[in-house]
Ligand binder design. Structure first.
Ligand code: GCB
Length: 606
């Protein structure tokens, strides 16, 4: 059961919300002595650092950038006198990977998991009309029971180093906005909507959770501000006549306003823009409002210069402009739930999102991508630590669904990326995660996970749990790249022929394919890493996708270059972007634009 409301903070006639972003005090704690030494009352010798942001890329020394362990943040702010009598919360969009929160010297909450929000209730200990102190102890260590998975090694000097089992930099910090909010004592805690289409009307089944007994009233307005439907009661059905549906790249959002009322008095009010649409999987098709859609898009990262994984409102805007320019209609939030503002924008722009929980690295290897094709078997889900991992995994699935369930853009859940699936123990683990997701999602959206190269049709023990198959395949890159690309294509087709025998009604999409490319290298004829080879590799994959009618989507790895741990396989990060990290096109972007502009959104069914 969720401890705090996942609703995105907002101002309404009743609610107040203030962002606490800005320069905060910051201090590393390599000896983990802060708690003992009383840092919860104030940091002894802090630096100043921006919030929200990852801390790593601000600094010029390697020890700070690579810091692994405990680190602290501190800020001070006033809470207005008028807020007396309300519930006051501090809401973190995320703290990576875990946090203990102290307010006016008292521990008020702790949270595990670096990509989902949590709140600390401070009503009773707030100093109204005067200054309050907020201190956060954060930690970025990884283990085989954390999401994502990894480990920590200790150097001879005693310094800890993070060893992610995944291919993105282990950025950490207060990476999303922090809010101070005031809500009434009796308030809206949660709500959900489920859509059905009835001729030209929509039937929206809704459910509102409050902490009181007063009546709930719902009002639905169209984009012009006209009231189109109203309802009373904590749950029920709303009919929107002549509904304008939310469609892919043609979004329409109704404003749902929920009020707790007592006679004429409004006790609480919360409003959200809601797209009305249905999702189904049938006959090898992904159906939005019963219309087939072919996914064109990317696996992405929240990753940009200087702020790292910190929410970057400018990068968000640029990314959507580039995705529209290149003809995309969808993306996967590889490999963790993204900032909430990104889903709000996808709702507005009509993009489809596969929302991914941070279940990555469930295959113990620093180079998953390279070792996957060696046949290495790990029985990752048969360890003593597995029950603890599963517990954390289920909590994060719950938090993700609670946060994102009402977004029209979220059409599917991705429950793992490239896990071990070769051992029987995987099936037992997966079933629990898939069942829990189905139970929690009011809209019963499709569930999937991205299959590692070694999860082949003859060996994978879990694919059948997916409502549609998502494959990560690097034929022509990690497998038979360069001059061998024609053998790669043959091998790829052989695997696809085997899948064709198994998929049944399921559609398949590719959630990763492509190759690393240095935006500066041109080579005629091509060599691996050149811009020319990136295009050849993508073209080869597309030839294969185009030959199999059950393939209903292609999401390139990656939208843009991104930072990873340093190593011989990575040249200042992963370079598989069709855009650079600065969001400028590589040559492949023009090829993709041409392909996608000529592939209708219902490609293969038109
Ligand atoms: C994968 C992973 C992704 C990596 C990618 C690569 O299979 O899912 O996180 O970045 O391969 O480029 O190797």
């Amino acid at each position: 059961m969720l401890q705090s409301s996942m609703l995105y903070p907002q101002d309404s006639a009743i609610r107040r919300s203030v962002r606490l972003d800005g320069m905060w005090k910051f201090q590393l704690d390599p000896q983990a002595c802060g708690t003992k030494e009383g840092w919860i009352d104030g940091l002894p010798s802090p630096d100043l650092i921006p919030v929200p942001a990852s801390f790593a890329d601000f600094y010029t020394d390697k020890e700070t950038r690579e810091f692994c362990g405990d680190f602290w943040y501190e800020t001070e702010f006033y809470i207005p006198d008028e807020w007396k009598g309300k519930e006051v919360d501090i809401r973190f969009g995320s703290v990576t990977h875990r946090a203990n929160v102290y307010f006016n010297g008292i521990e008020v909450t702790s949270h595990e998991g670096g990509f989902l929000p949590f709140c600390a209730r401070v009503t009773e200990i707030a100093r109204y009309g005067s200054l309050n102190k907020l201190v956060v102890l954060a930690n970025n260590e990884l283990s085989e029971t954390t999401l994502p998975c990894g480990s920590v090694t200790t150097l001879p000097s005693g310094r800890k180093v993070a060893k992610p089992y995944f291919d993105f930099y282990n950025y950490a910090g207060i990476q999303r906005s922090v809010w101070l909010t005031a809500t009434p004592k009796e308030s809206i805690f949660d709500f959900s909507v489920v859509h059905a289409i009835d001729g030209t009307d929509a039937l929206v089944t809704y459910d509102v959770v409050t902490n009181g007994e007063n009546q709930v009233a719902i009002e639905v307005k169209d984009e012009a501000g006209n009231i189109v439907a109203e309802a009373e009661g904590k749950n029920g059905e709303i009919c929107i006549p002549n509904v304008r549906l939310w469609k892919v790249l043609d979004a329409y959002l109704y404003k749902f306003t929920i009020r707790i009322v007592d006679g004429d008095a409004v006790i609480d009010e919360y409003a959200q823009d809601i797209g009305v649409r249905t999702v189904a999987i049938r006959n090898n098709q992904i159906l939005i409002n019963d219309e087939p859609v072919y996914l064109k898009g990317f696996g992405k990262h929240e990753d940009s210069d200087i702020v790292g994984r910190g929410f970057n409102i400018g990068a968000m805007k640029r990314d959507f402009e580039l995705m529209k320019w290149v003809g995309a209609n969808s993306f996967r939030t590889s490999h963790y739930p993204y900032s909430e503002e990104i889903y709000q924008m996808a709702d507005r722009e009509g993009f489809l999102i596969t929302d991914e929980v941070p279940a990555v690295g469930m295959f113990p290897s620093l180079m998953n991508f390279a070792e996957a094709s060696t046949g290495k078997q790990t029985a990752f889900f048969a360890q003593d630590t597995t029950p603890e991992l599963l517990k954390n995994h289920l909590i994060q699935v719950e938090e993700m669904i609670a946060r994102d369930k009402n977004h029209a853009c979220v059409f599917a859940w991705s429950l793992l990326n490239e896990p071990d699936t070769l051992d029987e123990s995987s099936t037992v683990y997966f079933e629990k995660v898939f069942d829990r997701c189905r139970e929690l999602d009011p809209q019963k959206r499709p569930r999937t996970f991205s299959l590692l190269m070694n999860s082949t049709p003859d060996k994978c023990k879990c694919w059948q749990l997916s409502d549609f198959l998502s494959l990560n395949r690097y034929f022509g890159w990690y497998v038979m790249g360069g001059a061998d690309i024609e053998s790669a294509e043959m091998m790829f087709r052989k695997e696809m022929d085997a899948w064709a025998e198994l998929v049944g009604e399921r559609p398949m999409i590719f959630t990763e394919y492509g190759g690393d490319t240095n935006g500066g290298i041109d080579k005629l004829p091509s060599v691996m890493w050149s811009q020319e080879y990136q295009i050849e590799c993508l073209e080869m994959c597309h030839r294969v996708f185009d030959s199999y009618p059950f393939v209903k989507g292609e999401q390139i790895w990656n939208f843009a270059d991104f930072q990873t741990t340093e190593g011989i396989m990575r040249m200042d990060g992963n370079k598989k972007g069709i855009f650079t990290r600065q969001r400028q096109p590589k040559r492949a972007a023009y090829y993709i634009k041409q392909r996608w502009e000529n592939l209708s959104d219902d490609y293969k069914t038109e």
